[in-house]
Design a binder for this molecule. Structure first.
Ligand code: GAR
Length: 194
C-alpha cells in the first residue's frame, strides 16, 4: 500500500532531508515522498528535493509573510492535487493557510512546530520559549485546522533548556529532536498506527 506525501516548506529543509533519509533507509512506513513545494524560490528545501531526484517546485505565492490571495491559493491547491497526496506535511512552511485550503485537504495536513504546543505558537517558537525562560521546551506535530498552530496534537518531544544553553544551542537541540519526531510520526500515520 502506498501513502503518497507532499512536503511544503519555506526554509533550509533539514526536516525534509530527515524525511527523505528515513525513506532511503526504509523507515518511513508506507509513505512515499512525491514532491516538495516551496513558496521561496531559492529555498534550500528545493535543492534537497533535487538531490534526491524528486519533483521540487517553486510556487509563486506572492510576498513572503502575507496571507495568500485566493488566486495563489487555488494555484497551490491545484499543484498539490496533481501529486494525489494522502498527507501534506508542513515542514517549515511559513504561511497561514485559509479555511478553504484546509477544508480541501481536511484531515490530511500535519504541521511541525518548534515548541511544546499550545505554548509559544507563531513564527518564533524557539526564541520565544528561550526568552521566556522556560526550563523545558520541545517540538510538536499536530493536525492543521484553520486556527494558527492549533489542532489536535499527534505527538511531541521535549528538550531541556540548560543554564549554559544559548539560543543557537537550543535551536540545534530542537532541530535534532524534530528530525526524529517528524519521520517517526509520518511512518506511524502511513502504517495506520496513529
Ligand atoms: C522547523 O524548526 C520547524 O519546526 C519550523 O521551521 C523550521 C524549519 O526548518 N516551523 C515553524 O516555526 C512553523 N511555525 P527546516 O527548513 O530546516 O526543516
Amino acid at each position: 500500500m502506498s501513502y503518497p506525501i507532499v512536503i511544503l516548506g519555506s526554509g533550509g529543509g533539514s526536516n525534509a532531508l530527515a524525511l527523505l533519509q528515513a525513506q532511503a533507509k526504509n523507515s518511513l512506513g508506507q509513505a512515499t515522498i512525491k514532491a516538495i513545494i516551496s513558496d521561496v524560490e531559492d529555498a534550500g528545501i528545493l535543492n534537497i528535493g533535487h538531490k534526491f531526484s524528486i519533483p521540487a517546485v517553486y510556487e509563486n505565492l506572492g510576498a513572503v509573510g502575507a496571507r495568500l490571495s485566493s488566486t495563489a491559493e487555488s494555484a497551490l491547491i491545484k499543484r498539490i492535487l496533481s501529486f494525489k497526496p494522502e498527507l501534506i506535511v508542513l515542514a517549515g512552511f511559513m504561511r497561514i493557510l485559509s479555511k478553504p485550503f484546509i477544508n480541501t485537504f481536511e484531515g490530511k495536513i500535519i504541521n511541525l512546530h518548534p515548541s511544546l504546543l499550545p505554548s509559544f505558537k507563531g513564527a518564533h517558537g524557539i526564541r520565544d520559549a528561550y526568552q521566556y525562560g522556560v526550563k523545558v521546551t520541545g517540538c510538536s506535530v499536530h493536525w492543521v485546522t484553520p486556527a494558527l498552530d492549533d489542532g489536535p496534537i499527534i505527538d511531541q518531544k521535549s528538550v531541556r533548556i540548560d543554564p549554559a544553553d544559548t539560543l543557537e544551542s537550543l535551536e540545534q537541540k530542537i532541530h535534532a529532536v524534530e528530525h526524529q519526531l517528524l519521520p517517526d510520526v509520518v511512518a506511524r500515520l502511513s502504517s495506520g498506527k496513529l
